[in-house]
Write a protein that binds this ligand. Structure first.
Ligand code: HEC
Length: 140
C-alpha cells in the first residue's frame, strides 16, 4: 500500500511501482509532452502515474522528511488551480528543497503548462469539475 492506503503493484520486484488500474490514458499533445517530461524529471519522487512517493527508510525515520504527494486524484493536487500548480512547479516549495524551483532546472512556462495538462489527465471527472476554489463544495 502507498501513503494513501491505495494498493500499488510492481512487475519488476519492487524497482518500480504503479497504480493497479493504471493512470488514465494520456491523449492530447500537451498531455503527452507533459507525460514525457514527468517521466524524466518528476516520476522519481512523485511515482509512476503520479501515485506519490513510496515509503523509504528515510521517510519512515526522519520526522522532517516531506514525502512527495500523489499528483493523481488521491491527494489534493486538484484543490489548486492550473495557475497555482504551474507556479508551484516553476517556483518550488518553501517547505522543502526537494521540490525544486523547476524554472531553474530547464522547465519553461510551456513545459509547466504541459506538466499540468498531464497531471490533470490523471484525475477523474469529479476532480476536474471540482478543481481549485470549488473543491470544498465537492468534499463529503
Ligand atoms: C526530489 C523529489 C521531487 C521531484 C523530482 C519532484 N518533486 Fe514535486 N514535490 C516534492 C515534494 C517533497 C513535494 C511536497 C512539497 C511541500 O509539501 O511543500 C512536492 C510537491 C509538488 C506539487 C504540489 C502538490 C500538491 O498537492 O500541493 C506539485 C504540483 C509537484 N510537486 C509537481 C512536480 C513536478 C511537475 C515535478 C517535475 C518537474 C516534480 N514535482 C518533481 C518532491 C519532488
Amino acid at each position: 500500500m502507498n501513503q494513501y492506503g491505495k494498493f500499488i503493484i510492481s512487475t519488476n520486484h519492487g524497482i518500480e511501482w504503479g497504480g493497479i488500474s493504471g493512470p488514465y490514458k494520456t491523449d492530447s499533445p500537451e498531455e503527452k509532452r507533459g507525460h514525457a517530461l514527468c517521466v524524466k524529471k518528476c516520476q522519481s519522487c512523485h511515482g509512476k502515474g503520479g501515485i506519490g512517493e513510496n515509503y523509504s527508510i528515510e521517510a519512515l525515520t526522519n520526522k522532517d522528511y516531506i514525502m512527495a504527494p500523489a499528483l493523481d486524484a488521491s491527494a489534493h493536487a486538484w484543490h489548486h488551480t492550473d495557475e497555482a500548480l504551474q507556479k508551484f512547479i516553476l517556483e518550488g516549495s518553501t517547505r522543502t528543497a526537494r521540490m525544486a524551483a523547476w524554472k531553474d532546472l530547464d522547465v519553461s512556462d510551456a513545459d509547466a503548462h504541459n506538466l499540468v495538462a498531464y497531471i490533470k489527465s490523471l484525475w477523474t471527472r469529479r476532480e476536474l469539475e471540482c478543481q481549485g476554489p470549488k473543491h470544498m463544495q465537492c468534499m463529503q
